[in-house]
Design a protein around this ligand. Structure first.
Ligand code: NAI
Length: 345
């Protein structure tokens, strides 16, 4: 990757939230996104600001979103904060006149989604995008293109999974109260892919179930560490989803799309790289350890596209309505999990 060249017309951006993913977005924006200048970051945590002082050097540091939004000349803000804060922070940023990139999912309830879309409608000159990173992955892009070209006839069924490697610390248990549960946190990616790759059909009915295989602490949040779901769409199209927090072998994300004339599979062997090991145990490859290793390139492409769309006044590929719809389906899955009943949409 080559660092971006400097130019006086760069988009001045700020990053809010310097946790697992915020640090990655900040580093990409600082070094690798053409046309972007990272000018400010914000975190309420001293340790994260300390990291930023070392890693990002000349960038201004804030411990409060309001102060970052007031940074002189700021054009756009990246919200990489807990999901429970997304809606209010998007609205706050729009009211301050900033373009907004916000991590997925849009929010934890539909009222918040509606508040965001209403506010965005009041600022048509500002762009808002929710980061469904998989749409920017080269293999998923290729699958989409081939479907558009008719390579598998008419796609009617999709299976998609998001499976994280087991983390004995239970990192995600801490986030259960603010993540929306396994379907909104993990399967929302697969939901968005299903809508995109099946041609945006209307969902009609969902059913979800799940099991706590390891992390019994999740019971108190009515969450599971392994969930499965079926989502029926109009015209008889169907998607099935699987999400797991307990994979032994690594981060295993894959999607299969079946059409009347063929099948496409993305990521069926979640290999770390092209190395194959042959020894006394057989022939094998290692697995991608986490989501960032799997989607590192896509995270950069996603942010680069967002910055370019603003600078060149292009339409975003991903709309706010896409994010609302993914949230709506994710919430229905959670309702089905809790009620043990199918949910009509
Ligand atoms: P994290 O907990 O590691 O980071 C959250 C950050 O928000 C921390 O820097 C924290 O200090 C900051 N924060 C908390 N309250 C704040 C406030 N009031 N104002 C400003 N900053 C505040 O969480 P992580 O894993 O980085 O996730 C952040 C978001 O990114 C979540 O919405 C999550 O769903 C999403 N995400 C998306 C992924 C993807 O594949 N696209 C993967 C992982 C996370």
């Amino acid at each position: 990757m080559t660092p971006a060249t400097s130019s006086t017309t760069k988009l001045k951006v700020g990053v809010v939230g310097l946790g697992r993913l915020g640090k990655r977005h900040a580093e990409n924006l600082l070094r690798y996104v053409p046309g972007a200048a990272l000018v400010a970051v914000c975190s309420p945590l001293a340790a994260e600001l300390e990291w930023a002082r070392d890693a990002l050097q000349t960038v201004h540091l804030y411990n409060d979103v309001e102060a970052l939004l007031a940074h002189d000349g700021l054009d756009a803000v990246f919200l990489v904060t807990p999901t429970s804060l997304h809606a209010d922070q998007i609205i706050q940023a729009l009211r301050a006149g900033k373009h907004v990139f916000c991590e997925k999912p849009l929010s934890l309830n539909l009222d918040d989604c509606r508040r965001v879309t209403a506010e965005a409608a009041r600022h048509p000159q500002l762009k808002v995008m929710i980061g469904f990173v998989r749409r920017f992955d080269a293999s998923y892009q290729d699958a989409y293109k081939k479907i558009q070209q008719g390579a598998i006839g008419s796609p009617f069924m999709l299976h998609s999974q998001t499976c994280d490697q087991y983390d004995a610390d239970g990192f995600f248990v801490k986030f259960a109260p603010t993540s929306g549960g396994i379907f909104l946190d993990c399967s929302v990616h697969d939901i968005d892919l299903a809508r995109w790759l099946l041609g945006n059909p209307q969902p009609t009915r969902v059913y979800a179930s799940g099991v706590v295989a390891i992390h019994q602490e999740l019971q108190q949040f009515q969450d599971v560490d392994n969930g499965v779901a079926v989502c029926e769409f109009e015209n008889g199209r169907i998607a099935t989803f699987y999400a797991s927090r307990t994979m032994a072998h690594g981060h295993d994300t894959m999607t299969e799309i079946i059409g009347t004339g063929g099948r496409l599979t993305v990521g069926s062997n979640a290999r770390k790289n092209r190395l194959e090991i042959a020894d006394a145990h057989g022939i094998r490859n290692e697995c991608t350890p986490n989501f960032f290793d799997r989607f590192e390139d896509a995270f950069l492409t996603e942010v680069t596209d967002f910055v370019q769309a603003i600078r060149q006044q292009q339409t975003l590929a991903l709309t706010l309505d896409d994010a609302v719809e993914a949230t709506r389906i994710g919430l229905a899955l959670r309702e089905s999990l809790l009620t043990k009943l199918p949910v009509l949409l």
